[in-house]
Design a protein around this ligand. Structure first.
Ligand code: ADP
Ligand code: MG
Length: 718
């Protein structure tokens, strides 16, 4: 029997009936952050001394006085139980890129046979999940498999809900008993502190004595696809790998551009609204939603937050988008390239730094003083990206993102920076010594001129750049849609901190030699810009010319994830992470191991799934159809020709399949390095051959024989 989908039973019949969805009238006051244990909520529930001690922990990183931990835990439990929570969990981010949780009931049996609710300070501060199955990259041999989770009081606890209850989630870091980071949060927290220290030191040079704390800020735009659930379950490739391994191009793709920013279909909008309300309850400030370029593709973006919270919230955004889709008979695909031939999905990580006084350090200021400061920080990021292209590239390396980076619709693998004509011109004028825009003394050092206000979204806004200045922040666009943003943010923080530190030191050295601050600053900005401006490119990143030009400039072009990940542990990077106190050499090596491990495993699963579908679904279908065609019993030249054509493609398909089977039979040696190379060099090409032969067959085979839902169906039925 054919497993073709009866479209009439799908989207067409989908109705909201029976779905009980509360429609709160006052989203801002009633819903927003209603499931978050906010600071205000905590303040009301704690005595003054306990509250003060907690604030010291949160704001200054002081260790929480264990005497008050019990009190804080009690308040948290009461708050959570009032909201229907029956369990708590330490919520953490292992190196899988996902989140993990192990629920514990608040209920503790007592010796007299009854039960009490309990949540102690000890349970709040530290947990011990059975950690042996999380990837550690060799940091933790299984015989000493213990790892522990430690409360991160800088990210608020929250409640997640399901149909039958609710759970208190306590954000935590995850480390081995020897103190090595086993997660994505630990290095992120360390890097946030680096930004704080480096930026404050630099601000002090500018005479800023008010700023107590500088944080990096992050706002992440998330792209995703939605398809009808029915199709999903009939596609083993989507179920196993998150992307289609087969599928002929539909007659219509995205060329009409009729989907982009088009009106959102009712079913989708209802889904989005539901997801947004849940995100509001979690205190996630979702701001925009719209259709994306590809059919079936959408985007959501919250307002930016402090980067640790933004990273936690990003995980929740993915989780809520995925979970909610099921209520509407949809499946949310986060894979970077679920469908060949139409746009893939990414994540834009918007990044900046902000003082506790609310000053955005990448916002061109209104005063000459602020302008100088802005140019200083901006130059620091130019330097950082140029020096650490390899690292920035590595943060977005994954088997799935390889389908996107460098392909003709996504940012190239060359990590250049778009600065915009105006700002580039300002820097160029500074190094040519021409200063500001007029006969007056100019911007730097010598005069009172104010930088022209830079348009936040300049007209020539460049979508082809992986790393773009967009008026008051940088937008890192190479991040994959399914990835955790934590490592990307960690690296941005680390390289920014290192660069700010280095430039502060250059200025300090000049001041020591009796140069004035302003002229030292001017010289340092000039030097840095001259040395690192090769990273700036304002043109079309997709063009061949740029690839040639980038090679001439000596910029890295790490086109595959494997080549990028191999650079992670080079001496420069080990040194950087160690000096900044973010990852030890051992921790960095472990991360590389995990990244390669995930790479080869995901390609391996794709290789196996391709073989499986080809052998057990496509081949039998094609053979059945061939038999039908050749037994028509009418002599017709045309018919014979068509049968021959089908048979020829079937031949091609079968020989591609036997090659893939051979490659799949091997794993590629003993180490994650050799295995990854086997996947990259042998399995992927073999898979591609099977696919292209299969896609040709799809166009020749009777629709009711084809065993998989087609692109035509999956992308356009909403
Ligand atoms: P785009 O035009 O790139 O689609 P959006 O308005 O959708 O832009 O998204 C821009 C993102 O940048 C939002 O998440 C926004 O909150 C974030 N953003 C704005 N200012 C900052 C900042 N100072 N630091 C970090 N992120 C910021
Ligand atoms: Mg964007």
């Amino acid at each position: 029997m054919s497993s073709n989908v009866d479209i009439s039973s799908l989207a067409k019949n989908w109705r909201l009936d029976g779905l009980q969805y509360p429609s709160p009238t006052d989203v801002v006051n009633e819903v927003f952050a209603s499931d978050v244990l906010t600071m205000e909520e905590m303040r009301q529930r704690l005595s003054k001394p306990v509250w003060k001690s907690l604030v010291a922990t949160i704001e200054r990183g002081a260790t929480l006085d264990s005497a008050i931990a019990d009190t804080v835990a009690m308040a948290m439990k009461t708050w959570a139980m009032e909201r229907g929570a029956t369990h708590f969990t330490h919520w953490f981010q292992p190196l899988t890129g996902l989140t993990a949780e192990k629920h514990e009931s608040f209920v503790t049996p007592t010796s007299d046979g009854s039960a009490i609710s309990q949540f102690s300070g000890k349970e709040l501060i530290q947990g011990e999940p059975d950690a042996s199955s999380f990837p550690s990259g060799g940091l933790r041999a299984t015989f000493e498999a213990r790892g522990y989770t430690a409360w991160d009081p800088t990210s608020p606890a929250f409640i997640t809900r399901h149909s039958n209850g609710a759970t208190l989630c306590v954000p935590t870091a995850f480390a081995s008993w020897t103190g090595e980071a086993l997660d994505n949060k630990t290095p992120l927290l360390r890097s946030i502190e680096d930004v704080n220290i480096a930026a404050k030191r630099a601000l002090a040079l500018f005479g800023d004595t008010d700023t107590q704390r500088v944080v990096s800020t992050v706002g992440v735009e998330q792209e995703y696809f939605l398809i009808d659930e029915e199709f999903y379950y009939r596609r083993p490739d989507l179920v196993m790998c998150g992307r289609t391994l087969f599928g002929a191009q539909p007659p219509k793709g995205q060329e009409l551009e009729d989907h982009y920013f088009g009106s959102i279909p009712d079913r989708i909008l209802t889904y989005m609204t539901d997801a947004e309300h849940q995100l509001y309850a979690l205190g996630i400030p979702v701001k925009t939603r719209h259709n994306e370029v590809a059919p079936g593709q959408f985007e959501v973006a919250p307002i930016f937050e402090q980067s640790n919270i933004a990273a936690d919230h990003q995980q929740l955004v993915m989780q809520v988008l995925r979970n909610t889709a099921r209520r509407y008979g949809l499946v949310c695909l986060m894979h970077e390239k679920p469908f060949a031939g139409v746009n893939g999905s990414g994540k834009h990580v918007n990044w900046s730094m902000s003082t506790d006084g609310g000053q955005n350090l990448l916002e061109p200021g209104d005063t000459p003083q602020n302008n100088l400061q802005f140019l200083f920080f901006c130059a620091a990021i130019i330097r950082a990206l140029d020096l650490h292209q390899d690292l920035v590239r590595t943060t977005v390396a994954s088997a799935s993102n390889d389908h996107r980076l460098g392909a003709n619709e996504a940012p190239p693998a060359i990590m250049s920076m778009f600065l915009g004509e105006q700002l580039t011109e300002i820097f160029e004028r500074i190094i040519s010594g021409k200063g500001g825009s007029s006969k007056k003394a100019g911007i730097l050092g010598l005069g009172t001129e104010v930088l022209p206000k830079l348009p936040q979204h300049a007209g020539d806004r460049n979508r082809t750049s992986p790393f773009a200045f967009t008026g008051n922040k940088f937008e890192f666009r190479a991040v994959g849609s399914s990835q955790s943003v934590s490592f990307a943010i960690t690296v941005l923080n680390v390289i920014a901190a290192e660069s700010i530190d280095a430039m502060s030191a250059m200025i300090a050295a000049r001041i020591k030699k009796k140069q004035s601050f302003e002229s030292a600053l001017s010289d340092v900005i000039k030097d840095v810009y001259k040395k690192h401006s090769r990273i700036i490119f304002n043109g079309d990143g997709y063009s061949d010319d740029w690839h040639k030009e980038a090679a001439k400039r000596g910029l890295l072009n790490l086109t595959t994830s494997v080549s990028a990940i191999e650079t992670l542990v080079n001496a420069k990077n080990k040194d950087l992470f160690a000096t900044q106190g973010v990852l030890t050499a051992r921790e960095l090596e472990a991360r590389q191991e995990v990244m390669l491990d995930q790479y080869f495993k995901s390609v391996n699963i794709e290789g196996e799934t391709t073989e499986w579908i080809a052998q057990t679904q496509i081949l039998p279908a094609v053979l059945r159809y061939l038999r039908e065609m050749s037994s028509v019993g009418i002599t017709s030249k045309a018919l014979t020709g068509m049968t021959d054509e089908l048979a020829a493609h079937a031949d091609e398909f079968i020989s591609a399949l036997s090659l893939l089977r051979k490659q799949n039979a091997e794993l590629g040696g003993e180490t994650v390095h050799t295995k990854s190379h086997h996947m990259l060099d042998n399995v992927i090409p073999a898979m591609n051959q099977v696919r292209s032969a299969a896609d040709a067959l799809e166009r020749l085979t009777a629709h009711d024989h084809w065993p998989l839902p087609s692109y035509r169906e999956m992308l356009f039925v909403k």
